[in-house]
Design a protein around this ligand. Structure first.
Ligand SMILES: NC(=O)c1ccc[n+]([C@@H]2O[C@H](COP(=O)([O-])OP(=O)(O)OC[C@H]3O[C@@H](n4cnc5c(N)ncnc54)[C@H](OP(=O)(O)O)[C@@H]3O)[C@@H](O)[C@H]2O)c1
Length: 289
């Protein structure tokens, strides 16, 4: 299968690209900035994307690019609208026109976080700009592709990444420095390894699946604080000494951006279709040593 990954240098995209290569897919990756094996291409640059489709002729395009910083989206809703809604939607339309399958990564932030353990059948009810644009984009992509696109909702993704920004790196850096780290004891969701997201994505493509799927680790109710403790356990397993001081933060939304509290995803649907023992952070890959 020929796969074009847009956002191939990011956390989700880099794992997808690596897993696809390993599985024998023919791949091409793009990002905002060029890197080894990755071409520069702006998400909003329709002409360059059309030329790439013409040159590479992928069977599938996976969009793992967007403006993923929720606080940034709240401060600059127009940029969020462009990068999280208009541009991926235009890309999905271009793909539909050319008969290319489309994969869109969405987010548990489409939910309000009141009840937790959301299934694919639950109605989105976003509470912030990022969530609103992701939810609207999902709906319009489904419409534009006649329901053919794969819409994959993710939450609390972790794993090796060039920019070292996910929660495992944050806890690891604080631990190495012996810092205090304030972590929410009330926000919860499934920690999800990017490698598992990649395995499921490829499995869904190979099985010609369509529609919305929740791709997430096994514990939808794990609080951020419990997750931080688990990461420390994982770091200790790699030989680190525990130095960080975790401070429980129980206030609701001290920041300007409202965030869903219990936004965990129910994964019964994907686990029934493609069963997977998900990797947890008490078992960190050796690269985090
Ligand atoms: N990480 C999570 O916990 C999580 C949770 C739920 C949903 N998701 C969804 O999963 C997807 C991937 O997230 P991620 O965490 O992997 O993101 P990420 O690490 O921030 O990576 C984003 C990727 O997209 C590229 N990109 C960003 N803006 C672009 C633009 N305007 N034009 C071209 N390329 C652009 C980036 O390239 P540069 O590096 O060159 O800027 C990078 O390769 C997103 O749609 C996000 O909403 C992620």
């Amino acid at each position: 299968m020929k796969l074009l990954v847009i956002g191939a240098s990011g956390l989700v995209g880099s794992h997808l690209l690596a897993a696809a290569k390993q599985a024998g897919f023919e791949t091409l990756g793009t990002a905002r900035t060029a890197a080894a094996d990755i071409r520069a291409c702006q998400l909003g640059d329709q002409a360059t994307i059309a030329a790439l489709l013409e040159e590479f002729r992928p069977e599938v395009v996976a969009c793992a690019a967007g403006f993923t910083w929720a606080d940034g989206c709240e401060a600059d809703p127009e940029r969020s609208r462009q990068e999280n809604l208009e541009q991926p939607l235009a890309l999905s339309k271009l793909c539909a026109k050319q008969g290319v399958r489309f994969v869109y990564y969405s987010s548990a932030y489409v939910f309000d976080g009141v009840n937790g353990s959301y299934t694919e059948a639950d109605a989105p009810r976003p509470v912030n700009v990022y969530g609103r644009h992701k939810a609207e984009c999902e709906r319009l992509i489904a419409e534009a592709t006649g329901g053919d696109a794969l819409i994959l909702r993710l939450i609390h993704v972790w794993g090796e990444e060039a920019k070292g920004k996910n929660f495992v790196y944050q806890v690891s850096r604080a631990n190495l420095a012996g810092d205090e780290l304030r972590v929410s004891s009330i926000h919860s969701g499934n920690p999800t390894w990017a490698g598992d997201v990649a395995t499921w994505t490829l499995g869904l493509l190979q099985r010609q699946a369509q529609g919305i799927w929740h791709l997430a680790g096994e514990r939808p109710q794990l609080t951020r604080l419990a997750w931080a403790r688990e990461i420390i356990q994982g770091l200790k397993g790699l030989g680190h000494v525990e130095k960080v001081r975790l401070l429980a933060q129980a206030a609701v939304d001290t920041a300007a951006t409202p965030r869903p509290l219990a936004s965990g995803l129910d994964t019964s649907k994907i686990q029934a279709f493609i069963p997977l023992v998900c990797r947890a952070t008490y078992d960190l890959p050796a690269s985090f040593r």
